[in-house]
Design a protein around this ligand. Structure first.
Ligand SMILES: [Zn+2]
Ligand SMILES: [Zn+2]
Length: 266
C-alpha cells in the first residue's frame, strides 16, 4: 500500500514537472513545448510582407502616406532596391525587432542565455516565410549564416546566427554550408556603431569585415545553387547584402536571407 502511494505521488510530481511550463511572458502554466503559451505566440510582433509597410525585397520599413492607401499598396519596393537590386532575392524576416524579441536577444547576446536560442528558432519555424515552401522542394538548397568577428566569438562564446542556422537546417533536413564566409578581425575604426557612419563608409567597413574563406578553392568546390543566409537581426541590410554578394562570387545562383528580426534605422 505504501509503495502504491509512493508511486502515485512520484507519478503526479513527474506529470506536473513534465507538462507544465510557465509561459516566459505571462507566466501562465501551459503544455506547449515552446517558450510561450498559445495566446502569447499569437501576440508576437510577426513581420508581415505585402501589407505595404515594408519593402518586399529588403524588408526596410516604407514611409506610409495616410492620404493615399492605394498608392502604398502598389509601391511595395523601396527606392534603394528600385535603384539597385540587392544581391539577395528577399530578406525573409520572421519578426519585427520589438518586445519580447528585443528583450530575448538582449538576454542571449549580453547575458549569454543560450537556452533561449532553441525556443527562438522554433518560433521562426512556427511562422515560416511564405517562400520557404517553394524553396524547400529545391534539391540543391543549403543554409549558411553570417559569421561573427573573432573577438566577438571569443567574448560571447557562440555565434547566434550560426546556432539558429543549425537548428533551422536540422528541422528542414538541409545541409549547413559552413566555413564559406569569414569575418575578419575588427580594427579600432570598426568600433564606431554602423548606424552612425555615412552610407559609403558603412559599405566600405562591411566590405572589409567579411570575405570568402581563403582556404577554400571555390573553382573546385561544389557550391549549392540556392542558399539561405541566416542572420539574427537586420538593421541597415549592408551586411547581408555583402555576404550574399560573396556567396554569389563563390558560385551560388540565388541567395535568400532568413533573419529572426528586422530592426528600424532610427
Ligand atoms: Zn503567455
Ligand atoms: Zn528595399
Amino acid at each position: 500500500m505504501k509503495l502504491t502511494s509512493y508511486i502515485c505521488t512520484k507519478y503526479s510530481q513527474w506529470k506536473t514537472f513534465s507538462i507544465q511550463h510557465p509561459c516566459a511572458l505571462c507566466l501562465e502554466d501551459c503544455d506547449a513545448p515552446n517558450l510561450l503559451c498559445p495566446d502569447c505566440i499569437t501576440d508576437l510582433p510577426l513581420f508581415n510582407y505585402g501589407d505595404g509597410s515594408s519593402c518586399l525585397i529588403c524588408a526596410i520599413p516604407l514611409v506610409v502616406s495616410a492620404n493615399s492607401p492605394e498608392e502604398n499598396t502598389s509601391r511595395l519596393i523601396c527606392g534603394q532596391c528600385l535603384k539597385k537590386r540587392p544581391h539577395y532575392m528577399q530578406n525573409m524576416c520572421s519578426f519585427r525587432y520589438e518586445f519580447p524579441i528585443d528583450k530575448w536577444l538582449h538576454k542571449i547576446k549580453i547575458q549569454h542565455q543560450q537556452s533561449l536560442i532553441q525556443p527562438l528558432a522554433k518560433l521562426m519555424l512556427l511562422h515560416p516565410p511564405e517562400l520557404l515552401t517553394e524553396l524547400s522542394v529545391k534539391h540543391d538548397l543549403a543554409l549558411t549564416f553570417v559569421p561573427s568577428p573573432p573577438q566577438q566569438l571569443l567574448k560571447r562564446g557562440f555565434n547566434l546566427a550560426e546556432q539558429l542556422c543549425s537548428i533551422l537546417a536540422r528541422d528542414l533536413q538541409r545541409p549547413v554550408f559552413s566555413n564559406v564566409l569569414v569575418a575578419n578581425r575588427k580594427t579600432a575604426k570598426d568600433l564606431t556603431p554602423q548606424k552612425r557612419l555615412k552610407r559609403e563608409d558603412r559599405l566600405k567597413n562591411i566590405r572589409q569585415k567579411f570575405s570568402l574563406n581563403p582556404r577554400i578553392d571555390f573553382a573546385k568546390h561544389t557550391i549549392p545553387k540556392t542558399v539561405i543566409l541566416v542572420d539574427d537581426v537586420t538593421t541597415t541590410g549592408a551586411t547581408i547584402n555583402h555576404c550574399a554578394q560573396l556567396l554569389k562570387q563563390a558560385g551560388a545562383e540565388q541567395v535568400y536571407v532568413w533573419c529572426l528580426a528586422r530592426a528600424t534605422l532610427d
